[in-house]
Each structure stands twice: as structure tokens, then as C-alpha cells.
Design a protein around this ligand. Structure first.
Ligand code: HEM
Length: 343
């Protein structure tokens, strides 16, 4: 289908909206009526037509506006994109993977023409037509990672693999759920996960790391993660906490349906060919509670998940103070009927 790109904002007047199509394909993350951390990894081999899993790098109606928001964040804070010197090759790997995937998966929107090392990249939604030399940084306006991730929705962490460990040595992070690339750069897998409650004791990170170290080229994996965001903000970074943290206190019974958003991350994992680095795209999808409850089984289930979520997780995810308000709203959409397993 042809995508109609929205003109919308994720700040100030918050004109972000999901169309009926976007609501229908929202990646609702709960398979049952309760939630606990697990090593919820599966192969990323596509999915039903129209779903967010179908393509390697999903492009939707928010694409152009999300890229405009990223440009604003980068203009204010260039450290949201960093690449340690040994990661340049991984940046080229990332550029190649995204350009090849997008041009194959969305030929009406993106074209890649390769003549040896001379590459011509056409990005129609963003009005870009650029010829450059692959692996020659002087032919791009910025580094390869920054160049391509200014044109691809979601955040990107690029992990170097040394020994049996992953290190966060590069990334583009402007739409994150309250963590900082500038703080985490150079850290290893256990260090950057240190703030997460309960999961370390459950052995989740040891098993997750083992899985990640074994990811092979051409066999990407994926998982979902979720949190809550008041107002459709993409940039919920620690750097800007002073701007968005206070917005959590503005919820009322009258505005919660419009303001409170479930934030779901589709996280994928790709082994890169030349650098052997691991690419970790984190794609953020937002949905207002008032849109979510238009799907009765989602409203019913979200009520139960939020109600029964362990206090440590509700605190870490930052909505413990608003949980009573959320429950008051969501309980209206829970008729007490049993739900079936699956989504
Ligand atoms: C949270 C990065 C893979 C499970 C986080 C955080 C970061 C992160 C930066 C936020 C920590 C903070 O509070 O500062 C990454 C990267 C990965 C990766 C770069 C790829 C190499 C995984 C995998 C799992 C996982 C495979 C599988 C279980 C979690 C969980 C949280 C978390 C459960 C807490 C999220 C929440 O409650 O909202 N991750 N992660 N991560 N990560 Fe990962």
C-alpha cells in the first residue's frame, strides 16, 4: 500500500496521531494477563502482511515527522550520535543493511543503484538523491552511521563483540525510554543493564547475552519491550528529563485517555558482515490509551497487566505514581471476561 505520511509533532503541541491503520497494526506486547521479564527472543523472519514485523525496517505514516524530530534533537545535542573510532566499519555495515533492506522492501519509496563502489541512494519521502563512494567517508556529509540513521526510524545501538562480551561503542539514540548513549558509551552488556530490577537475579541477562553472541549473519532476531509515556514524546532521555519528567504530573481523569501512551519497542538484532558487530535497532511505537481501548481485548488485558505488575517494575518504568489513575481509567474497559492466550 502507499503510505500517507503524517505532518505531526512529538513535542510542544503534540499533534502526533495514529490512523486506524496504525492502531490496527500496533504491536500490542502482552500474550497473557500478567507481565514479567523473560528472555523473549525469536527469529526476525518477517510476519503477517501489513504487520510491523513484515519488513526488516518498518516504515510507517510517522516516518517523515520522526526524522524531523530526530534532526531537532541532534541540533540541540550532537552527542546523541556517537561512534568510537574503531566502529566506522560497523557504521558502513549498518548503512548497507538499511539501504539494501529499504530499497528491496519499499521499492516505491527507496532506490539503491550500485556500480562497484559508486552508490546512488534515493530516499523519496525525504527528498534525498545522493551519490557517494562506499567506504569513503569524505563522500558523505557525516559519518555513515549518522547519515543512514537520520533516515531510519528508531534508535540504533551498535555493539562491538570482543571475547564473549558486547560493548556499546556506537549509536544513534534520540527516541529512548530514559537511558543515555553518552552515559553508556563504552559500557559492557551487564554494566548498561545494571539499573534494571529483578532481571539480573533471574539470570535473564546471562541467557540473553549468550543468545546474542550466537546471532549469525542473515539470521536476525527480535523481541518486544514496553513502558509508559505521558504525551506522545519520542525523546524521553535523561538529558531532557527536566522537560518531560514534570509532564507526568499533569495527568487527570479527564485527560488520561488522550495523554497517557503505551510505548512499545520492537527491538531487533542483526550480525553485521564486515565488522562482526551486532546492530540493535530499537523501534518505538506509541499509542494513546483512548485508541488502545478501541480494541476490547487490549483494554481488558492492559488493565490486568498494569494492576498486577510488580512494584519494582512499575517504579523502574516510571509510572508508579500514576498507576491508580491508569487503573481507574482502564478498569472501565475490563468486563471481567476471561482472555485467551496470545494477542
Ligand atoms: C533495558 C540496552 C538487549 C532486556 C535496557 C536499557 C538499555 C538496554 C540501554 C536501559 C537500562 C537503563 O535503565 O539505563 C540493550 C542493548 C541490547 C539489549 C544495547 C542489545 C545488545 C537485551 C536483551 C534482553 C534485554 C536481549 C532480553 C531479555 C532488557 C530489559 C530491560 C532492558 C528487561 C528493562 C526494560 C524495562 O523494564 O522497560 N536495555 N539491551 N535487553 N533490557 Fe536491554
Amino acid at each position: 500500500m502507499t503510505i500517507q505520511f503524517n505532518t505531526e509533532t512529538f513535542r510542544d503541541d503534540y499533534s502526533f496521531r495514529n490512523s486506524d491503520w496504525a492502531i490496527k497494526r500496533f504491536p500490542f506486547p502482552f500474550h497473557e494477563d500478567s507481565y514479567m521479564y523473560s528472555v523473549n527472543m525469536e527469529q526476525h523472519r518477517g510476519g503477517p502482511a501489513g504487520s510491523v514485523y513484515e519488513k526488516r525496517f518498518d516504515v510507517d505514516e510517522h516516518y517523515v515527522s520522526e526524522m524531523a524530530d530526530r534532526a531537532i534533537v541532534l541540533a540541540e545535542d550532537p552527542l546523541r550520535c556517537q561512534s568510537l573510532p574503531h566502529m566506522t566499519l560497523a557504521g558502513w555495515d549498518t548503512l548497507e543493511l538499511i539501504m539494501v533492506s529499504k530499497s528491496e522492501d519499499y521499492p516505491d519509496l527507496f532506490e539503491l543503484h550500485r556500480d562497484g563502489d559508486r552508490w546512488r541512494w534515493i530516499n523519496k519521502p525525504m527528498g534525498i538523491d545522493h551519490t557517494f563512494t562506499f567506504l569513503d567517508e569524505t563522500t558523505l556529509p557525516c559519518g555513515p552511521l549518522e547519515y543512514i540513521t537520520r533516515q531510519a526510524q528508531g534508535d540504533y545501538a551498535v555493539l562491538d563483540q570482543r571475547g564473549d562480551m558486547l560493548y556499546m561503542d556506537a549509536g544513534m539514540v534520540t527516541t529512548q525510554a530514559d537511558w543515555s548513549l553518552d552515559f553508556d558509551i563504552g559500557m559492557d552488556f551487564f554494566e548498561w543493564h545494571a539499573p534494571v530490577p529483578l532481571a539480573h537475579e533471574m539470570g535473564i541477562f546471562k541467557r540473553a547475552l549468550k543468545f546474542l553472541l550466537n546471532i549469525q549473519q542473515g539470521a536476525p532476531a527480535r523481541r518486544l519491550n514496553w513502558t509508559m509515556t505521558v504525551n506522545p514524546l519520542l525523546d524521553t532521555s535523561p538529558e531532557n528529563y527536566h522537560k518531560w519528567g514534570v509532564q507526568k504530573t499533569t495527568l487527570t481523569p479527564e485527560n488520561i485517555g488522550a495523554k497517557q501512551h503505551l510505548r512499545v519497542e520492537l527491538q531487533t538484532f542483526y550480525r553485521l558482515p564486515r565488522s562482526n558487530a551486532l546492530l540493535f535497532p530499537i523501534r518505538c511505537y506509541l499509542i494513546a490509551f483512548q485508541d488502545l481501548v478501541t480494541v476490547p481485548k487490549w483494554g481488558r488485558r492492559l488493565h490486568r497487566v498494569v494492576r498486577d505488575l510488580p512494584e519494582e517494575l512499575a517504579t523502574y518504568k516510571g509510572f508508579i505514581a500514576n498507576r491508580p489513575l491508569m487503573l481507574e481509567y482502564l478498569s472501565r474497559y475490563d468486563d471481567g471476561l476471561p482472555t485467551s492466550p496470545g494477542i
